[in-house]
Design a protein around this ligand. Structure first.
Ligand SMILES: [Zn+2]
Length: 236
């Protein structure tokens, strides 16, 4: 891994506004608010790395901190990751799904599946992207959107009703982490075509997009259908 003179690992990112990928098209509604300006970090610094044995296998945990936002991210790696065809997952933080086992989404089982696959392959990277909660709108706004969904809106219309972007996530800094690690091409575990496009745009070749499908349940069937029909996710 490249380091600077003082041993710190800096990731320099072109200054780029985190323009939501999809803006609210509804006239009269407030414009989506850029609440996660931390995702615009121009530098991300490696704080430290340590062994992280898990029930899925042995990983190395790398803690990063956004130089401007102070947002802390985590990457878990297995094996030598420089080079081609690295198996990766860019997992957007989801407290309710990842930690509390929420059945409203598919994040928790997707996170576990990614860790299982990387451990089994013996080489790969899981980037755990904090600040991506609720597709970038934040935890409290996600809970507000859930309340609107309890009233009948789908996940897209709920975000729009709150004046939020449908998807405000930015992957630029994640791509730069991969550059710094010497990753030249990846096999991306994701159903979301926007993630693959974001990596390609940032100069990381996506050799393969591996569908990352976990069993649905009665609570998330409508959510998954909305991701398929309104957000283009590859869930068939
Ligand atoms: Zn989730």
């Amino acid at each position: 891994m490249p380091t600077t003179r003082n041993g710190a690992f800096h990731v320099r990112i072109k200054r780029e506004r985190a323009i939501p990928l999809i803006m609210s098209p509804v006239p009269g509604r407030p414009a989506p608010i850029e609440k996660n300006s931390g995702m615009n970090d121009t530098e991300i610094e490696l704080i430290d790395s340590a062994r992280l044995p898990t029930r899925f296998g042995d990983f190395t945990a790398h803690a990063f901190k956004g130089a401007h936002s102070g947002i802390e991210h985590l990457a878990l790696s297995v094996g030598e990751v420089a080079g081609d065809d690295v198996l990766i997952r860019m997992h957007s933080e989801c407290l309710t799904g990842d930690v509390f086992g929420s059945c409203r989404c598919d994040c928790g089982p997707q996170l576990e599946l990614a860790m299982e696959k990387i451990a089994a392959e013996g080489r790969g990277i899981l980037l755990y992207l904090r600040g991506h909660e609720g597709r970038g709108i934040g935890l409290a706004e996600k809970i507000r959107a859930y309340r609107l969904q309890d009233g009948g809106l789908d996940t897209v219309d709920a975000n729009l009703a709150l004046g939020q972007a449908i998807d405000a996530r930015n992957y630029a800094f994640a791509a730069d982490l991969l550059h710094q690690w010497g990753v030249t091409s990846v096999r991306l575990m994701s159903n979301n075509p926007l993630k693959a496009a974001a990596l390609e745009k940032a100069g990381i070749r996506v050799n393969e997009q591996l569908r990352h499908i976990v069993p649905s349940n009665a609570e998330n069937e409508k959510y998954l259908a909305t991701k398929r029909t309104r957000m283009g996710h590859l869930l068939d």
